[in-house]
Design a protein around this ligand. Structure first.
Ligand code: SF4
Length: 123
């Protein structure tokens, strides 16, 4: 009979400070650009569209370019003006080509292709 156990992968991870994570060079597997594990854009209570809900933190740490006044939902006629803006283009470009520039939360959440559902292991 198989049983479901919680993987101990998380306990094996080294403890890093926020600053260490921010400065890390990592390859990213952005779920916001992944058609199989698609993480949809989020609409923040403050009126900004963000690439995913994990970006919606108190200070939008690392996402500052996406929360400028001209990208506020009240200042566009169509959401495409936000999603296809130079700022969003640069953000996605950096995720792939220059991941050291990526926000800390991206390095934490999207540094692996592994699905979050994989935290449960069936034996
Ligand atoms: S955490 Fe960053 S890379 Fe991951 S889905 Fe959100 S915006 Fe994209």
């Amino acid at each position: 009979m198989s049983k479901i156990i919680v993987s101990d992968l998380a306990s094996d991870r080294p403890k890093l400070t926020k600053e260490q994570i921010r400065d890390m060079e990592v390859k990213l597997y952005p779920r916001c650009l992944d058609l199989e594990q698609r993480k949809p854009p989020a609409y923040s209570a403050a009126g900004y569209i963000l690439p995913c809900c994990w970006a919606d933190t108190a200070k939008w740490d690392g996402f500052e370019k996406l929360v400028q006044e001209h990208l506020h939902i009240s200042n566009v006629k169509d959401v495409d003006e936000i999603l296809f803006s130079d700022e969003w283009d640069e953000f996605f470009h950096n995720l792939i080509e220059n991941p050291i520039m990526a926000p800390r939360v991206c390095k934490v959440k999207c540094c692996t292709k592994m699905s979050f559902k994989s935290k449960f292991v069936i034996r």
